[in-house]
Design a protein around this ligand. Sequence first.
Ligand SMILES: NC(=O)c1ccc[n+]([C@@H]2O[C@H](COP(=O)([O-])OP(=O)(O)OC[C@H]3O[C@@H](n4cnc5c(N)ncnc54)[C@H](O)[C@@H]3O)[C@@H](O)[C@H]2O)c1
Ligand SMILES: O=C(O)[C@H](O)COP(=O)(O)O
Length: 389
Amino acid sequence: MFEIKTYNAIAPEGLNLLNADQFALNSGANPDGIILRSEKLHGMEFPESLKAIARAGAGVNNVPVEECSEAGVVVFNTPGANANAVKELVLAAMIMAARPIKEGMEWVQTLSGDDVEKQVEKGKSQFAGTEISGKTLGVIGLGAIGAMLANDGFRLGMEVIGYDPYVSVETAWNINRRVQKAASIAEVLAKADYISIHVPVNAETKGMVDAAFLAQMKDNAVLLNFARGELVNTADMLAALKEKSIRKYVTDFADEALLHNDDIIVMPHLGASTEEAEVNCAIMAAQTLKYFLETGNIVNSVNFPGVDIAMQSPIRLTIVNKNIPNMVGQISSGLAKYFINIEDILNRSRGNYAYTVIDIAETEEAVLNEVIEKIKEIDGVVNVRIIRR
Ligand SMILES: NC(=O)c1ccc[n+]([C@@H]2O[C@H](COP(=O)([O-])OP(=O)(O)OC[C@H]3O[C@@H](n4cnc5c(N)ncnc54)[C@H](O)[C@@H]3O)[C@@H](O)[C@H]2O)c1
Ligand SMILES: O=C(O)[C@H](O)COP(=O)(O)O
């Protein structure tokens, strides 16, 4: 039986995949796995039982990924599962920035009398806007969301220019060939009327939208941030808007300093909040977590290498170890000392850590426990699991 702890509202379509005969939800203090959305786990003490964390969503900045790696805890996310929801909201946001729709709708509610129709026709000119067709959309970060947005911007009649120095081959194949590839952010900023950022927040990207970035934007340009609040330096943004060096800021990330400002549209982190995205994310998170706990296979991890091999024997050992020389040699000779036959072995590394999967022949319980203890003693081994078919 695996214990799973959940945080935030995880769609039942996902949780129902964790069959009750094998998974107990929120039943105790020793979870094997966690499923969450935006709950912040930084500073939380993880129980020794914890093997994996599945983020039902894209951004993992609410999870202490480095500490998880050190503890051998595999962190998963759900790439692309909410991308369409975010893309649709960005398109809506772009149109809201182009036309004062919200202001017009609020104004019409203030009218009264039997000549409302006449008042509307007289007053509507104050809410005239512009069109996005024919304008240039700059997309920074051409991943799941950015690529979809770039393609749809093009379909809506926009010129599109994208920047992503790390774009994956798979995503690149899906981007319309008429989307221009920028060699630098500066090139995007010089050309775009609407700039939408879709990069993860990390040491490289935190605060990337600063005074220098904003100064390179066109005077009438709009910045859309549906990625993370921390990407934008709030003080620099407020100064740029005050000086009218850009036209508008649209963000999905509220901050008191951004409220009650006519040049800023703030949404309450709604990007992934559609029925479809919530279901997609919950299903993908539950599936990857279940698959990992049951088989040791790793799919869609942000901190460990992908490993997906069929179990060749009744017993599988999975070992998280430091990515240093002679780990596999020491582990396999440890097994050999106990005359345990290796039927299949795979070792993959990612950064400072590696993951080793070893399928072994049926072995007496007492011998297995002894050999596991010996493997755990090897310098560089972080944790060892036994999985039975
Ligand atoms: N508002 C929301 O509710 C919501 C929903 C989903 C995702 N997000 C945020 O959006 C981000 C992107 O989501 P995604 O699903 O497209 O992720 P993704 O991993 O598919 O795409 C991210 C892209 O950013 C690129 N990138 C990384 N560093 C870069 C840099 N310095 N310059 C340019 N490109 C860079 C990567 O190469 C990748 O292609 C997430 O990390 C998350 O923070 C927000
Ligand atoms: O990174 C994400 O996937 C989004 O920010 C969604 O967050 P949420 O699951 O809390 O809506």
